[in-house]
Each structure stands twice: as structure tokens, then as C-alpha cells.
Write a protein that binds this ligand. Structure first.
Ligand code: ADP
Ligand code: ZN
Length: 370
């Protein structure tokens, strides 16, 4: 059933996010209600397809939709122009026309790639986001950022293209590998620190329930994150201003992700570490006191993040940070906490401070060898 509807207010591009559990039975009627065309293409990956594709296709066909599916291998490497080209070819050969819609059934990779396809196929066809990972449900499926990667940089080719609606069914999380729950918690804790002390309190009280996928706890947190992201998107659709607060933990996080060649750490894991490092920078700069720092780090430390900290090259991460697309004229901008629930954009953080915060963060995760 649908537990909550959250609206992203963007004039004629406004759309709802439906959050709930066991929602499949009402998907097709919701498509009808939104005037989605009869011809549908579901894009998914090889892990999600065996779990959720057939029931969805059967349901849509029962409601007389003409639906085909494309299943690609899982993984970030699929977010490429080559893969997009192959998908376009498949759609053109199958005679998918201008009056059709694309359904993204999967995690962030599928959401970004299917979004890119929908934004450009026949100059744009309707897009429906059906996120199946915690990270995609609370973050990447909302806000309209769609892209593929280029060998010279992640998400370098893309658009802002809003979906017709987002369909978040928490029951999908039960099949998700534990590591992906950890990753989603990176973005969830981020929302608490940057915008919402109440959410942060909730996480402190209930993180164990969230980790064990307690329905009430998950739905409450998903709803809150969706509201916060919807609100930021309404205020700043194209990321020209306030939406920058979403980058807390990401300046350092992106660099760590890249330093580990996107294998050692996935996105959300890197954001967890980035938030610890950036909180240490805020402490060193006197923007927060020890109490706030310890609260943030204490919560993050309760997330069971495991990775080979010894294998991460700090110097490489620092070098990568100087190339980050979000630095303006070479000056690194950090989004740093000033209390729980509020952040400030800061420039002029010195290199030695970045280095020592990174080292101390990784030290927390180094296993003692004797
Ligand atoms: P993210 O959403 O974290 O950005 P991906 O799209 O790469 O990342 O998804 C992470 C991994 O989880 C992929 O291997 C994907 O196939 C798999 N996956 C996605 N949703 C589910 C699910 N509900 N159950 C099991 N595995 C899933
Ligand atoms: Zn992120």
C-alpha cells in the first residue's frame, strides 16, 4: 500500500513520489492516472530482473500496456554512451516510437542511464523511476539528474530531466545486499546533518531498526529524505544555489571513491567516510565544537562499514580533489556542518587540514595488525 505521497513542486514539471510497501498492484492504475502512454520499455539490470521484472511485466500486461524490457549487466560501467547507443538501437529496431515511456527498474545506475535514454530518445519520452536500492530511493531517483559517464569523468554527459513519478517500494530492500544498505545510509545521515536535526535524532534512536529493515522505521526515514530532497529540488532545480548543501561529505567522498578506483568503496560508503573527514575539518576550523563532531562521527561509526583502509592512497585522494568539477577557479568548496541540521559553504580549507582529517578518518577503520 502507498504510505505517503510527497510532491516535487516544479510548475508544469511537478511530480509525486509515492512511498510505501507491497505496491505493485496499484502501479499500472497510477500510470494511467498520469497519462503514461501504452507503449512501455522497462530498463533493468541482471540482478534486479530475476527478482522483480516478471511480476511487473505481468501486471502491466494485465492492464493492457504494451511492454517490453531490456536487461543489461549490473555495474557502474554500464552507464556509458556505448551502452546507451545499444539500447537506442534495440528500441528503434523494436519500433518503439515517440508515444512511449521508459521505466527505470533498479538502483542508481539504472535510474541515471534510463533517465538519459528517456531524456534524449525522440527528443524526450516520459520517464518513471522505480528505484530498488536504498540509495536510489532516498536520493538519486529524486531531482531529475540523469547522466552517463565519460572516460574523463563520471556523469559528464547528461541533463536535468524530471520523471512523471517516483515509485518507492520499501519491500524491494529485503533482497538488497547488506553493503547496499550501508551505502544508502550514507545519504540518509547526510540529510540529517545538513538539514534536519529531528531526522538525526531519529537515526540516533533507530539506526539498528533501519539496519534490520524495520518497516515503520524505514518508511519514516524514506519519507523524510524524500521530502527534504523534493524541497531542495523545488527551490533549485538545476543546482545553481541551495542544492549545493547536498554535497556535504561528497568533496572528500568523491575523491576517496576515485582513489579506490570505484571498487574499494562504492558511492555511499565513500560519503560516510567523507562526512567524517569533513566534520573533522569543521572541528579544526572551529565551526563546530567537539560535542557536535562526536555526535556526527558517533552515528556514522554505528553503520557497519567494512573496507580495506590500508589500500586507500591518501595522497592520490588529495591530488584528485584538486580536479573536482565543483571547485571554482581551483578553490575547493566544502560544505561543512555548523551544527546538527545546518551546514555552511566554506572555501580556503588548507591542504594540511584536509590531509590530517583524511588520515584520522581512515585510521578509525584500520584493523590492528599484530
Ligand atoms: P546504487 O543504487 O547504489 O547507485 P546500483 O544501481 O549499482 O547502485 O545498485 C547496486 C547493486 O544492487 C547492483 O548490483 C544492483 O544490481 C543491485 N540491486 C539493485 N536493487 C536490488 C534489489 N532490490 N535487490 C537486490 N539487488 C539489487
Ligand atoms: Zn551522493
Amino acid at each position: 500500500m502507498i504510505h505517503r505521497q510527497i510532491d516535487v513542486a516544479l510548475g508544469e514539471r511537478s511530480y509525486p513520489i509515492y512511498v510505501g510497501n507491497d505496491m505493485t498492484a496499484t502501479f499500472a492504475p497510477t500510470c494511467r492516472q498520469h497519462g503514461i502512454p501504452d507503449r512501455l520499455v522497462v530498463l533493468t539490470d541482471g540482478n534486479v530482473a530475476p527478482l522483480y521484472l516478471q511480476p511487473l511485466l505481468k501486471h502491466l500486461r494485465h492492464f493492457k500496456f504494451d511492454v517490453t524490457s531490456i536487461t543489461i549487466p549490473p555495474g557502474e560501467r554500464q552507464k556509458s554512451l556505448q551502452r546507451a547507443h545499444a539500447i537506442f538501437t534495440g528500441m528503434l529496431e523494436a519500433g518503439v516510437g515517440r508515444r512511449s515511456a521508459v521505466i527505470a527498474l533498479g538502483g542508481g545506475v539504472i535510474g541515471d542511464l534510463a533517465g538519459f535514454i528517456a531524456a534524449t530518445y525522440h527528443r524526450g519520452v516520459p520517464l518513471i523511476q522505480v528505484p530498488t536500492t536504498l540509495l536510489a530511493q532516498v536520493d538519486s531517483s529524486i531531482g531529475g539528474k540523469v547522466a552517463v559517464n565519460h572516460p574523463l569523468g563520471k556523469n559528464m554527459i547528461g541533463a536535468f530531466y524530471q520523471p512523471k513519478f517516483v515509485w518507492t517500494d520499501m519491500e524491494c530492500l529485503r533482497t538488497l545486499p547488506a553493503r547496499e544498505i550501508v551505502s544508502g545510509l550514507g545519504e540518509i545521515i547526510k540529510y540529517g546533518v545538513i538539514l534536519d536535526a529531528g531526522l538525526f535524532d531519529d537515526l540516533e534512536a533507530n539506526i539498528d531498526r533501519i539496519l534490520s529493515l524495520d518497516r515503520e522505521a524505514i518508511l519514516r526515514v524514506q519519507t523524510r529524505c524524500a521530502e527534504l530532497k523534493a524541497d531542495l529540488t523545488s527551490q533549485d532545480e538545476k543546482e545553481a544555489g541551495i542544492r549545493i548543501v547536498l554535497n556535504y561529505g561528497h568533496t572528500v567522498g568523491h575523491a576517496l571513491e576515485a582513489a579506490g578506483n570505484y571498487r574499494l568503496l562504492n558511492h555511499g560508503e565513500a560519503v560516510l567516510l567523507g562526512m567524517i573527514a569533513e566534520s573533522s575539518i569543521a572541528l579544526a576550523m572551529g565551526m563546530i565544537g567537539r560535542d557536535v563532531h562526536d555526535r556526527i562521527v558517533g552515528l556514522i561509526r554505528r553503520v557497519p562499514l567494512k573496507f580495506r583502509a590500508n589500500a586507500l592512497d591518501v595522497s592520490k585522494a588529495i591530488a584528485l580533489m584538486s580536479h573536482d568539477k565543483k571547485s571554482i577557479a581551483g578553490r575547493k568548496r566544502f560544505v561543512l556542518p555548523i551544527r546538527v541540521g545546518e551546514v555552511q559553504v566554506t572555501e580556503g580549507v588548507d591542504r594540511s587540514m584536509i590531509r590530517s582529517s583524511l588520515l584520522s578518518t581512515l585510521n578509525l577503520y584500520k584493523t590492528k595488525s599484530r
